[in-house]
Design a protein around this ligand. Structure first.
Ligand code: 5GP
Length: 218
C-alpha cells in the first residue's frame, strides 16, 4: 500500500454533504437516500443535544454528555465540530477515514460550518448539496409541526434558518424540496453523476491499460 491510503482503492469514495435550515426535509431525504443505496454509509454525528422520541443512539446520533464531547474533541477524534442552537455537534473522524480508504461513500447531515470544514479538509471528496424549503410559510409550518423541541429551541431554529440559508452559495448543488419523491430522485441523480467523475474512478487506469488493441501490446 502507498503511504496515502485514500489514493489506493479502485474507486475513490465521495462525501455527500447535505445542509439545510431546520424544516427543509433534509433528515427525511437523508434517511430515504441511505435506505435506497447500500453503497452509501451514514456519518453518525456525536451530539450533546438530548435525543428526540424517534431517535436511536448510534443510529441517528451518538448522544453524549458535554464532558464526553469535549474529551473527544480535545483528543482529535472529531473531523469537525460546531455549536448549533446551543448544543455541540461533531463528526467522528475514524469512520470517514476508513470509508475513504476503502472507496466507500458517506453521507453527512451537517450545518454550513460542518460542510465548509469537511470541504476544506477533503476538497477532492466533498460534494455539497443545499436543500431549501419551497417557501417561508412552509418552512415555519414544518419547524412548528415538529412539536418535539421546546419553544426556545423552535424560536432559535426559525432565526437560525435565515443564517443557514445565507450560505447556500457555497454549495455545489441546490435543491428546492417541493416534494420528497422528486427530491429523492434528484439526490440519487447527483450521487450517480458524482460517482462517475473521472477523478473518483481510480480503477479506470487498470481497465484502460487493458483496452489497448492486442497489436499494440505485443
Ligand atoms: P438537529 O438538532 O436538528 O438534529 O441538527 C441541528 C443542525 O446540526 C442540523 O443543521 C444538522 O445538520 C447539524 N449537525 C448535525 N450533526 C452535525 C455535525 O456533526 N457537525 C455539524 N457541523 N453540524 C451537525
Amino acid at each position: 500500500m502507498s503511504s496515502d491510503p485514500i489514493a489506493t482503492p479502485d474507486r475513490r469514495g465521495l462525501c455527500l454533504i447535505l445542509s439545510s435550515p431546520s424544516g427543509a426535509g433534509k433528515t427525511t431525504l437523508a434517511r430515504l437516500l441511505l435506505a435506497s443505496d447500500a453503497s452509501l454509509g451514514h456519518s453518525v454525528s456525536v451530539t450533546t443535544r438530548p435525543s428526540r422520541a424517534q431517535e436511536a443512539d448510534g443510529v441517528d446520533y451518538y448522544f453524549v454528555t458535554r464532558d464526553r464531547f469535549e474529551a473527544m474533541r480535545d483528543a482529535g477524534e472529531l473531523l469537525e465540530w460546531a455549536e448549533v442552537f446551543g448544543n455541540f455537534y461533531g463528526t467522528p473522524a475514524e469512520p470517514v477515514k476508513a470509508a475513504l480508504a476503502e472507496g466507500r461513500d458517506m453521507l453527512f447531515d451537517v450545518d454550513w460550518q460542518g460542510a465548509s470544514s469537511i470541504a476544506a479538509l477533503l476538497p477532492e471528496d466533498a460534494v455539497r448539496v443545499f436543500i431549501l424549503p419551497p417557501s417561508g410559510e412552509e418552512l415555519s409550518r414544518r419547524i412548528y409541526s415538529r412539536g418535539t423541541d421546546p419553544e426556545h429551541v423552535i424560536e432559535a431554529r426559525l432565526e437560525g434558518a435565515e443564517a443557514e440559508i445565507s450560505h447556500w452559495g457555497d454549495y455545489d448543488y441546490v435543491l428546492v424540496n417541493r416534494n420528497v419523491e422528486d427530491s429523492l430522485a434528484v439526490l440519487k441523480g447527483i450521487v450517480t453523476a458524482e460517482r462517475h467523475r473521472r477523478h473518483r474512478q481510480v480503477g479506470l487506469r487498470t481497465l484502460i491499460a487493458h483496452l489497448a488493441p492486442p497489436s499494440r501490446t505485443r
